[in-house]
Design a protein around this ligand. Structure first.
Ligand code: FEO
Ligand code: CA
Ligand code: CA
Ligand code: CA
Length: 577
């Protein structure tokens, strides 16, 4: 009965699972296996994972915590490559026995959490149907909250980003809150620094930065206590350090000695991620989300053009360019579809500020304040944004917005108290996303399909899977939209879904796999249409959970503790049927 083909898009939908199911449920005929787990000794010389004897020195060489974005840069031989994974944050209460709150963490434990953040780079190869991590391989690397970065672009070196430890304003230690990301056409990985505000103690905003600190949520204590081991995380001691976080980060995974960079040209906000595509004229474009209720979608267009094969040149493309913010106008609800036209409102063009009263440096560091001045559309938490390589349209997950009230409804954000989110499609004139205008449509309005407010791109609601809180998007080689969810508000386990965008099954949303108790289904990557990589993030993250009261033992490796891990899902028997 169950069809199984070598192609991941050919599957029978799985049923919604209760949130408490502590298992990975795959479609019939598919298997899941771990690929790499928190604590795996990825860098040569790293010790084996030992939950009860963690050290910062070990964690600095081991796979990080709470994996999110998953990118793969292939080698010339297709069965090999370098996997790059964001490690967005840590669940300190699940990492350490006897956790009593941030104030009870030892300095060593705080340093372990700092080392568990950032990114993990690990070589992988395919053996038969299964991918394997190559522990100790030459290009394996950890990037953590203390790794040196170069701050680059127009705001680098400005007075806004200089600190006592770095009077040049060009050398930043570490990255945090790395959420979604992208893989560039020149084989680097981009990663968005999202909830960076949660790492800075800001009992009071520094003089002159009151508006910015309020707008970025830099307020109060952090629940992490990093300032105990490094005073730069206390705004009273280092007022500009937080201005050095909130960027798109670029990592070259092919050169383990390279210095990763933070691109100020792409603006500073709660960056979910960035996916770069090459426009018809050769410039590169990235549409990006700022994940906060009522925040905006942005677009970066490079000044220089992509040159096929000239990697050194292409590595300069994100250092200079134009920045815009999106305004969506509806054409009316009467047609039964949420759709309309849009325009890109300029913030920085040709190296000049387009925002009254703000310099280029101010626009790029305090991008939210700049955008507020030009009238963009306040969105329902814009998360991952990606260009569909087949139809050249851009798709953005808008996760939810519980705080929107009826007077704040617009056609792109059509529901008050929006618990379930939507997916918006942007079509550029001539598929050229450098253009100043676009048209748009909601292709998915999530929720219980019995709810008439939901919409599945015109498909019969009785035949689709329920979905809630779209977070990350991905595409297979035939252009199907894949969606992972974060925080399913229907009470179900988070899951991974596929929705065709063309053909007779257009809008026929189907649930693929679900993730274990407390986990989020993050970082999806479709590999060769035969395998799905998925970051199982924060397994066991449930109120009251602790190492002695675990709600998940994923990935069921005998340690008895949950370990955030990247998994792979593939068909058992290729070619059957
Ligand atoms: Fe880290 Fe916006 O999710
Ligand atoms: Ca996310
Ligand atoms: Ca309409
Ligand atoms: Ca999310």
């Amino acid at each position: 009965k169950a069809k199984t083909s070598p192609f991941v898009y050919d599957f029978e939908a799985t049923a919604p699972q209760p949130f408490t199911t502590d298992d990975v449920i795959t479609p019939e005929g598919f298997t899941w296996k771990p690929l790499v787990k928190w604590g795996d000794p990825i860098v040569a010389g790293a010790p084996e994972f030992d939950f009860d004897n963690q050290t910062a020195a070990a964690q600095e060489k081991q796979f990080g915590y709470n994996c999110d974005y998953v990118g793969l840069v292939r080698d010339r031989h297709d069965h090999k490559g370098v996997l790059v994974v964001n490690n967005e944050y840590t669940n300190d209460e699940l990492m350490f026995r006897g956790y009593t709150g941030a104030s009870g963490l030892t300095d060593e434990q705080i340093k372990i959490t700092m080392a568990a953040h950032g990114l993990s780079v690990v070589e992988v190869h395919k053996a038969g149907r299964e991918w394997k991590a190559l522990l100790g391989a030459r290009r394996n690397r950890r990037i953590t909250a203390t790794t040196p970065f170069e701050l680059d672009g127009p705001a680098a070196g400005s007075t806004l980003v200089r600190t006592k430890a770095d009077p040049t304003g060009r050398r930043v230690l570490g990255t945090v809150g790395n959420c979604a990301g992208g893989t560039t056409p020149w084989g680097t990985i981009l990663s968005g620094e999202e909830n960076f505000n949660g790492y800075f103690k800001a009992t009071a905003a520094p003089a002159g930065q009151e508006a910015a600190f309020a707008r970025y949520g830099l307020t109060g204590s952090t629940g992490r206590a990093w300032e105990k081991v490094d005073p730069r995380f206390d705004a009273a001691q280092e007022p500009n350090e937080s201005n050095r976080f909130g960027y798109i980060v670029e990592v070259d995974p092919l050169d383990p000695t390279s210095t990763p960079r933070k691109h100020t040209a792409m603006g500073r906000f709660k960056h979910e991620g960035a996916n770069v595509s090459v426009a018809p004229d050769g410039r590169v474009v990235a549409v990006m989300g700022d994940d906060e209720r009522f925040d905006y979608m942005y677009k970066f267009v490079s000044k220089k053009k992509y040159v096929e094969g000239d990697r050194k040149h292409n590595l300069t493309l994100l250092s200079e360019g134009d920045l815009y913010v999106a305004k969506f106008t509806g054409d009316g609800f009467e047609d039964g579809v949420s759709d309309g036209t849009g325009e890109w409102l300029p913030l920085v063009v040709d190296g000049k500020s387009k925002v009254a009263g703000m310099s280029v440096e101010e626009v790029l560091v305090h991008t939210r304040l700049a955008a507020d001045k030009v009238g963009p559309t306040k969105m329902d938490r814009p998360e991952d944004v990606e260009l569909n390589p087949v139809n050249k349209r851009v798709y953005a997950a808008l996760t939810n917005n519980s705080k929107r009230v009826p007077s704040q409804i617009d056609e792109a954000n059509p529901r008050a108290s929006n618990k379930h989110g939507q997916v918006i499609e942007l079509t550029a004139p001539g598929n050229d996303h450098t253009q100043a205008t676009f048209t748009w449509k909601l292709v998915l309005v999530c929720g219980d399909p019995n709810d008439p407010a939901t919409y599945f791109n015109g498909f019969d609601r009785r035949e689709v899977s329920p979905i809630s809180c779209p977070d990350n998007v991905a595409f297979d080689s035939v252009g199907n939209l894949w969606i992972s969810t974060d925080g399913n508000a229907l009470g179900n386990a988070d899951a991974f879904f596929m929705m065709p965008l063309e053909g007779p099954h257009k809008g026929h949303l189907k649930q693929f796999h679900t993730v274990p108790h407390g986990a989020e289904s993050a970082g999806p990557l479709i590999v060769d249409d035969t395998t799905v990589f998925c970051a199982v993030q924060h397994p066991g993250e449930v109120d009251g959970a602790s190492p002695s009261n675990v709600q998940s033992q994923f990935p069921y490796d005998g340690t008895g503790q949950p370990r955030p891990s990247v998994i792979q899902v593939f068909a058992d028997k290729p070619g059957r049927r």
